[in-house]
Design a protein around this ligand. Sequence first.
Ligand code: SF4
Ligand code: SF4
Length: 252
Amino acid sequence: MSTPAPPLSFDAAADAAGEAVEEALSVVVRSAARSPDPERAVRDGMPRVHRRLQVFVERTFAANPERPVHCKAGCATCCHQWVHDVRAHEIDALGRHLVKAGDGESVQDALQERLTAYRALERRHPDSGREADPQLTRALAYLEQGRPCVFLDEAGGCRVYALRPWVCRTYFSLAPPERCRAEALRSGAGRGLFLEPFSGVDEALDAAAAPFAEPGYTGELVRDLLTWLSGPRRGGAPSARRSSPRSRGRAR
Ligand code: SF4
Ligand code: SF4
């Protein structure tokens, strides 16, 4: 009888599953580059990438029991943040879903309410002001206001779970949920963790997003989805390939 293989270490588990994510994402990017319809190539390929990303997440944490993840269904302080680093193909998928479900108008109103609140914070804490990190200040102030993501349901679940952005798929806490609140983050006690399956993930995701980019995209979920919902893509019109600006991550 053979001896069972020892459990993979945190790093080995992450490396093995991360390679699978990297390989699937590379296939998508190469297919899009060769295809006469790059958007379709990305749309068709991303579900496979997401499945592999989920395996990466599960294997990484299974191999790491001494650092348990505290995230549970219904725990959703993190879903009250101003979400950054959302890619253009993710906005497109969400926009299409909303239009198909007939939810475009109601979500547009909710997005506009969030944007109005965030703009007030931008006026109060401008980038050109004296604060050392006005974006972080705004992010924490927004979190304190308690506005849920427009996709958060009353039970603390994500109504667009299958389409949630990569930043939502890869964010976890290795500390109890109270450490995800603004006061803990402000004091430095918060210990959120973004899992990245490989070092070039940002560049690969940007390449996948490039065919979907629109003028004025900022990487913010609220702003970019409003742009999508008020733009030509709402009617399904294709647009030319452009590069995609990126913004910083969430205050986590
Ligand atoms: S990141 Fe924090 S708030 Fe979000 S599910 Fe995990 S523990 Fe809960
Ligand atoms: S898209 Fe879903 S997972 Fe992401 S912040 Fe909104 S409710 Fe939370």
